[in-house]
Design a protein around this ligand. Sequence first.
Ligand code: C5P
Length: 219
Amino acid sequence: LTPKDLGGLRLLVSAGPTREYLDPVRFLSNPSSGRMGYAVAEAARDRGAEVVLVSGPTALPDPWGVEVVRVESALEMRQAILERYAWADAVVMAAAVADYRPAEVLKEKEPKVEAERLLRLVPNPDILKELGERKGQKVLVGFAMETGEGLERARGKLLRKNLDFIVLNWVNREGVGFASPENEVVLVFRDGRVEEVSRRPKRQVADRILDHVKALWAS
Ligand code: C5P
């Protein structure tokens, strides 16, 4: 039996990719499956937390006992998260938010529109950075998906976004990361401490993340 050690915690989790539409049928996105964020939401629920999951498009069913808010674009995700931020004690931002969106969304599918017009992009707001600017007593956790070694980049994101810790994980590593049932991560903390979590099911990675959320929430 799982101990209800997160009873009373109000946790907001984001998961999955975003879709940035060019026109009614085409969009820019990424291969995020949502599994890591859903694992965090389910583990927290089982440990007694009240959980809201803001999810981009995924093939995963809504977890029972969790309020699921489905969104598509980064702007929709931003709104859904900001609306629930005051409620939350902690936020785990596992979504793979698209950094850019098309400058204009065409109303019709126009096959002859020039590629330069179709693919003119503007940056999306950094949702997590906005949360960090209004951090207060909240526990904030981000993810950093890197291609190289990535520790210094992850540290930069941790400080720039004013997070408690960041979960460093990798694209292109055999058997882990995007769409895989397992993950291998490094938790990077503000005081410079790092904790390596060797390859294991995402649910177990989620529990490790939540152990730290719990310790920070209690402090
Ligand atoms: O800067 P980078 O995109 O690598 O940062 C990753 C972290 O920031 C993730 O936790 C992601 O969910 C979050 N993020 C965000 N809004 C964006 C881009 C990333 O909240 N526009």
